[in-house]
Design a protein around this ligand. Structure first.
Ligand code: HEC
Length: 139
């Protein structure tokens, strides 16, 4: 009996977390993906911002722990500055500093998106744009 209850609880938890995940992805699609594409760029000359797999690779290199990575993203998206940026300086030179998204996305939404990004990017098969794979530091 007990085991059954535990199994049900696990099932419910799994469902809730997958609902959250897709909710976060929807928010990302609506509020971030017009600038940050989710796929490997076919033609990088058309980009207006770094693809999210590259962004997250750099975020994780600087903040391997989820808690700190999420904090960083939540803060940066609302208050971007050159000093805080973890991407390479040539990205900012090319794309300009990211415009603050304050007002476009609530802090709560941003937190969900940041967690989802940490869990899903870069994808397991991503090896960097011509460099070694830095994934798998910590989850
Ligand atoms: C109008 C285009 C635009 C939108 C919308 C946008 N970004 Fe960005 N973002 C950029 C550009 C350009 C950069 C690269 C320059 C920089 O780092 O500031 C960037 C950089 C970043 C970085 C790396 C910051 C660093 O340290 O360099 C993160 C993380 C990020 N964006 C997350 C997000 C999230 C999450 C959203 C959606 C809520 C979002 N962005 C929406 C343009 C955008």
């Amino acid at each position: 009996m007990k085991i059954k209850k535990i199994l049900v609880a696990i099932g419910v938890l799994g469902l809730v977390s997958s609902l959250f995940a897709s909710e976060a992805e929807k928010i990302f699609d609506a509020k971030c993906s017009m600038c940050h594409i989710k796929t490997f760029p076919k033609d990088s000359s058309k980009l207006v911002a770094p693809p999210i797999m590259g962004v997250m690779r750099h975020v994780k290199m600087t903040y391997p722990k989820k808690e700190y990575a999420v904090k960083f993203i939540v803060d940066y998206v609302q208050n971007p500055t050159k000093e805080k940026a973890i991407c390479k300086p040539q990205k900012i030179a090319r794309f300009g500093l990211m415009p603050s998204q304050k007002g476009n996305i609530s802090e709560q939404e941003l937190e969900e998106v940041a967690k989802w990004l940490f869990d899903n990017f870069p994808p397991a098969n991503f090896r960097g744009f011509g460099m070694q794979n830095h994934r798998g530091m910590q989850k």
